[in-house]
Structure formats: structure tokens, C-alpha cells
Design a protein. Structure first.
Length: 654
């Protein structure tokens, strides 16, 4: 029975909270226009026949639309163990003096948990008229009552309550010191927020010198700094220099909170006076302040010293640095210390502004090798298109490292107008390394550049002058961009007398991005006597049937053709894998035909399961029948489990 009552109570609370938003919305707009509704709610509270749910709901509605006349009806329930909480919910938001008087009156009559609840409500209302009564309850024999009284005084947060709480802490028993300490901290925060800094400072200073739990002393120290505002700077600096790690942590937090450029400058000036581990942490705090006025000392910290400090300074520069940070970051990126270099290179990528881009471009072809390479990598990371002329020049540098870095960077920076220049670099490359880097850069540019037709035209222009080896790479790049003209060129190359060029062309057709290459692949499958070419063409043809962006009917046509051309079980399994991507009942039927072959039953079952997951509901009956066949004929446990799961799902939808 006890358990059942708890369940019922939980359901009651849940239903009330669910109902409340709707009630608030309805009554907020028109509640004052319906005094009769208030009277009805009051009558509900006073009726001996009304149930707890109805009375609780009435309390909640009165919290929104209640008038001063409703206060006595709510106050009468404060002593009711089951409805006291709901009555307080109704009284707390009421702006009427009578509501406060009702709660204060109850404060002198109630005991135990009911009194604790009333004290909490008084605290929420911040009722200064209750201070005298609350002060008396600080010495109540019930520790929960005394703690609640202290909390209420803390929320009220006046100079008078600050004095009361400070005095109470001096004589408080050990069992209440933590509760009273929390109340004092709350009071100090309220005073600070309301601009009563003198009272807040006095209270926090008293608290931080008392024998309170460590975390409360730390909180009081923080409050003492913040309550002083800019005048809290000396106290903040003292804690930064303190050997007490806990107070240093408090100071770091306040270093992020205390406002003013003067504070920022003082924190920056303190950097060089602290040990390395503290410098690192203080730099992070300075970075969180976001004040660019301290960039000079941060830049100095990034130049030299222990690696952790330099890295912390570099990370600050990444967040709020400007063009002035470029020289030191370039030097740091060229450092042998890998961690420093990595942080600097990342920072160069994050600095904002065209001035930063210009400064980096200026360093691509001037300075020592390490700085130049760092600048090249930075413009690539930032994708600075204005760097292309400088990178093209660097791509002809005598130093192989610079040359290769520039070629790679062009892959991240060229756009359609300069794509031809990168293609020419590839065709004219004199070393295997240069050729490989240029090919990779072209491939990357083909992915980035949206004007695929322009890329295709530039690649086609390079074909006549390309060596057979370069031509093979160009054909593969043409497959990346697609299009009618590139397809014509690849189609012609598939008939080339050079077997390697021909092989590359067939590979390009197999990788073609759309169905335009399907007829060519089909012709190769039907006519070639080269086994390798047939495998390439068949795989490419099936891939188009499963992955190409085309209508299901067009894809299905390809896969039906492919199934008819399948020479072995591996070919059939490949087609079945693609069939699973086609949302069509015809695809379901084609896959079902392979269930009777023990060698392909599992692959057919997997395809069927996938097709039925997205098939139109009007085919549910056929889908379920087919899934039953899968369960009957498949062998793989995973296929059987998935088929049963899918069958159950479709059965529920039927």
C-alpha cells in the first residue's frame, strides 16, 4: 500500500507540472478579467469534498491569476502536510503584502519540515520584514530550521542580514557552520550584485578569515576580490603569487572575471614574475579575457622560454592575435621543437584578417628556408588564393623541399582561372617527386573547385603534350571532374595503341561519376577479351547501378543487365550488393531469384532486407513473403536475425 501511495503521489506531481504551462498561457492573458474563476478556485481550496489533485491544481492556477482575496484560502493550507508545498507555490509569486504577512504568520506557528518550507518561501520573496523572526530561528533546536532561516537571511541579502549571519557564525555549533557559511556567501553575492560593495567586502573579508570548510574560504576569497571590483586587483595579485595552489586557482578564476583593461595590464605584467607552470595557466586566463591590449607581452612570451609557456602564449595569439604576431609565429613554426612548431602552425591558420594573409604571402619567397616553408604551409592552411602567384614562383625553386611544399599548397589555393598553371606544372615536372606532388595537388583542386567544366578543359588542353605516363594520370583526373568533353577523350583513349594508356582510360571509365559512362562500360564487358579490363568494367558498371545519382528505374536497368552478364558467383554477389541500394519492388524480385542458389542466398537475403526497409508500404505483403523465403533459405545468422526483425516490423505496420 505504501508503494502504491508513492506511485500515486509521483503521478500527481507529474500531471501538475505537465498541466501548468497550458494553464499559465491561458490565464496570463485573461485571468484578471475572470474574478469569478478566482472565487471558484478559492472555493475548491475550502471545500472538504475537493480532492488533493483539484486543490493542488487550484494552488498552481492562483499563482498565476490569484488576487489578494485568495491569500487566506492559500494560507489556511500551509499547515496541511499534503498541500503546504502547493499553497506556498501559490503564495510565493504574489506581489501582495498579505501574502508575505501570511508566510510570516505561519513562521511563528509551524514546526519541522513545514516550517522549513515556509522559510524557503520567505527567502525566495526576500521579505525584509521577516528578518527579526528569522534571526530568532537561527538558534532553533531543529538544525534544519536553523539552516533554512540562515539561507533565507542570505537570500534577503541586506547589510543587516550580513551582520546577523557574521555574528551567528562566530557562535554557531559545528553542525551548522557549513550551512551558515553557505548563507553568508549567498548574502555576499546578493550584496555585490546590487552594488552594496562596502557591506559585501566586509562580509567576505570576515568569512575568509573564519574557520570554515576549505571550499567556503576559497569562495569567500573570490567574493572579496569581485566585491572590490578594480580595487580587488592587489588582492588578486597576492593570490597569484601565493604558494597556496587552491588560492592560486581562485585567482585564475577571478582573473577571468574581474573587469577592466587595468586588470588585464596588471596580469600581463605579472607574467614574468611567476614560475613557468603558473605563467602557462595565467596566459590561458589572459587569453580568456580577450583584451588585445596585452598582445605585446604575449608575443614576447611566445618568442622564447620553456616550451609549455611558449605554447600557451601561442594559443592566446591564435585566439586574439593580429598581423603583429605573424613574424614570431613563423619563427616558432620553424622551430625544431615539434610541439611548439605544431602550435604555431595551427595559430597561423587561425589568425584573422587580410593583413595576415598579405604578411604570409610576402614570406613565401623571402627569408630562410624554414620561414618560407612555414609561410607556404600557412597560406595553404588558410587557402589564400592571393598567394597563387607567389606559390607558382616557389614551385620552380631550386630547393626541393620548398618546391614540393609550394606545389602541395597550390592544391589548396588555386581556383578555376589558375588551375591550368597547376596542370602545366604537372605535365612539365622533371622529377618523380614533383610529378607525384603535382598530381596529388590537381586531384585535391578537382575536389575543391566547383567549376568542374573549367577543370576538365584545362586537363584536356594538357593531354596532347603529356607523356604516356602523365596521360594516364590525366585520364584519372578527368574521371574526377566528369562531363561530356572529358568522357569523349577518355573514350578515345580506351582505344589507344599504348596498352598502359588504354588501361588507364578503362579505369577512368570504371570510376566515372555518373551514368554517362555506362554504355561504354557495357560495351567493354561484352566485347573485351582482356580479363582484367572486364573485371574493371563490370565493377564500374555495377557501381553506377548502386551508387550513381539516378532514378531507381535507370539504376535497376543497369543491374538487370549486369546480372545477365554475370559470369560467376562473385559477379552475382557484386550485383546483389548494389541491388540493396535500389528502392524498387523490381529490385526485390530480382534479388529474390537468387535466393534459391545456395552460393548467393545470404547476399540475396541481405539485399532483400535492405530493400524492404524503404519499400512503399503497398508492397508490404510481398515484402513479408519474400522475407519468409530469406528465413527459409539463407544460412548466415546475421541475415536470419535481421530478416526476422524486419518481418516483425512489417507485421506491426500491416
Amino acid at each position: 500500500m505504501l508503494h502504491a501511495n508513492k506511485v500515486l503521489a509521483a503521478a500527481l506531481v507529474a500531471s501538475l507540472f505537465t498541466a501548468m504551462p497550458a494553464l499559465s498561457g491561458q490565464d496570463a492573458a485573461g485571468g484578471k478579467k475572470k474574478p469569478e474563476e478566482v472565487k471558484q478556485l478559492m472555493a475548491t481550496l475550502q471545500s472538504p469534498e475537493a480532492g488533493h489533485f483539484d486543490k493542488a491544481l487550484a494552488c498552481r492556477k492562483l499563482a498565476v491569476i490569484g488576487t489578494e482575496e485568495a491569500v487566506p484560502a492559500l494560507a489556511a493550507l500551509l499547515a496541511d502536510e499534503k498541500l503546504s508545498h502547493m499553497a506556498r507555490f501559490g503564495l510565493e509569486p504574489m506581489p501582495f503584502p498579505a501574502a508575505g504577512a501570511a508566510l510570516r504568520d505561519a513562521m511563528g506557528k509551524l514546526k519541522g519540515k513545514l516550517l522549513v518550507g515556509v522559510l524557503n518561501s520567505i527567502g525566495q520573496r526576500r521579505d525584509v520584514k521577516a528578518v527579526t523572526g528569522l534571526k530568532k530561528l537561527l538558534s532553533d533546536a531543529d538544525a534544519e530550521v536553523a539552516a533554512a532561516a540562515a539561507a533565507a537571511l542570505g537570500r534577503i541579502g541586506t547589510p543587516e542580514t550580513a551582520t546577523i549571519l557574521e555574528q551567528a557564525l562566530v557562535t554557531a555549533p559545528a553542525s551548522l557552520r557549513t550551512s551558515f557559511g553557505d548563507a553568508g556567501l549567498m548574502c555576499g553575492d546578493v550584496l555585490t550584485a546590487e552594488g552594496r560593495s562596502k557591506a559585501a567586502v566586509a562580509l567576505f573579508d570576515a568569512l575568509r578569515k573564519m574557520e570554515l570548510p576549505r571550499h567556503q574560504v576559497m569562495a569567500a576569497m573570490r567574493g572579496a576580490m569581485l566585491a572590490r571590483s578594480a580595487d580587488g586587483l592587489p588582492l588578486l595579485l597576492d593570490q597569484l603569487r601565493s604558494p597556496d595552489t587552491a588560492m592560486f586557482a581562485v585567482a585564475l578564476r577571478v582573473a577571468r572575471e574581474l573587469p577592466g583593461s587595468k586588470v588585464t595590464q596588471a596580469l600581463a605584467a605579472e607574467l614574468g614574475k611567476l614560475p613557468a607552470d603558473k605563467q602557462e595557466l595565467l596566459l590561458e586566463a589572459i587569453g580568456d579575457r580577450g583584451d588585445t591590449a596585452v598582445l605585446p607581452p604575449v608575443i614576447e612570451a611566445a618568442k622564447s622560454g620553456p616550451a609549455p609557456v611558449r605554447i600557451a602564449a601561442i594559443r592566446v595569439l591564435a585566439r586574439m592575435g593580429n598581423v603583429a604576431a605573424v613574424p614570431v609565429l613563423l619563427k616558432a613554426a620553424a622551430q625544431p621543437d615539434a610541439a611548439v612548431a605544431k602550435a604555431a602552425q595551427a595559430a597561423l591558420g587561425k589568425l584573422s584578417g587580410k593583413q595576415v594573409d598579405a604578411a604570409l604571402v610576402a614570406n613565401v619567397n623571402q627569408g630562410d628556408k624554414q620561414l618560407r616553408r612555414a609561410a607556404i604551409e600557412a597560406v595553404a592552411q588558410r587557402r589564400v588564393t592571393a598567394a597563387v602567384p607567389a606559390l607558382l614562383k616557389a614551385a620552380g625553386d631550386a630547393d626541393a623541399d620548398i618546391r614540393l611544399a609550394a606545389i602541395r599548397a597550390l592544391g589548396e589555393t588555386v581556383d578555376a582561372p589558375d588551375f591550368g598553371s597547376l596542370a602545366n606544372l604537372f605535365v612539365k615536372a622533371k622529377t618523380v617527386e614533383d610529378s607525384s606532388a603535382a598530381e596529388a595537388a590537381l586531384s585535391r583542386a578537382c575536389v575543391r573547385i566547383t567549376d568542374k567544366a573549367a577543370c576538365g578543359d584545362k586537363l584536356l588542353a594538357c593531354l596532347p603534350q603529356a607523356t604516356p605516363e602523365a596521360k594516364r594520370a590525366l585520364l584519372q583526373l578527368l574521371a574526377q571532374v566528369g562531363g561530356a568533353k572529358p568522357l569523349q577523350a577518355v573514350r578515345a583513349a580506351a582505344q589507344d595503341a599504348d596498352p598502359q594508356v588504354k588501361d588507364a582510360a578503362i579505369r577512368a571509365l570504371a570510376d566515372w561519376p555518373d551514368l554517362a559512362a555506362a554504355p561504354d562500360l557495357l560495351q567493354i564487358i561484352r566485347t573485351t577479351d582482356n580479363a582484367a579490363h572486364r573485371v574493371l568494367a563490370f565493377r564500374g558498371y555495377v557501381r553506377l547501378g548502386g551508387e550513381a545519382e539516378a532514378a531507381p528505374d535507370a539504376k535497376l536497368k543497369i543491374l538487370i543487365e549486369a546480372m545477365g552478364l554475370a559470369k560467376n558467383q562473385d559477379d552475382k554477389k557484386l550485383v546483389l550488393g548494389a541491388l540493396g541500394e535500389v528502392n524498387s519492388v523490381e529490385a526485390l524480385r530480382l534479388a529474390a531469384k537468387q535466393l534459391t542458389d545456395a552460393d548467393t542466398a545470404d547476399e540475396a537475403g541481405a539485399a532483400i532486407i535492405k530493400i524492404t526497409e524503404s519499400l512503399d508500404a503497398k508492397y508490404n505483403a510481398e515484402a513479408m513473403d519474400t522475407l519468409k523465403q530469406v528465413i527459409k533459405l539463407a544460412k548466415a545468422q546475421s541475415v536470419l536475425d535481421n530478416a526476422r526483425r524486419q518481418l516483425r516490423r512489417l507485421g506491426k505496420e500491416k
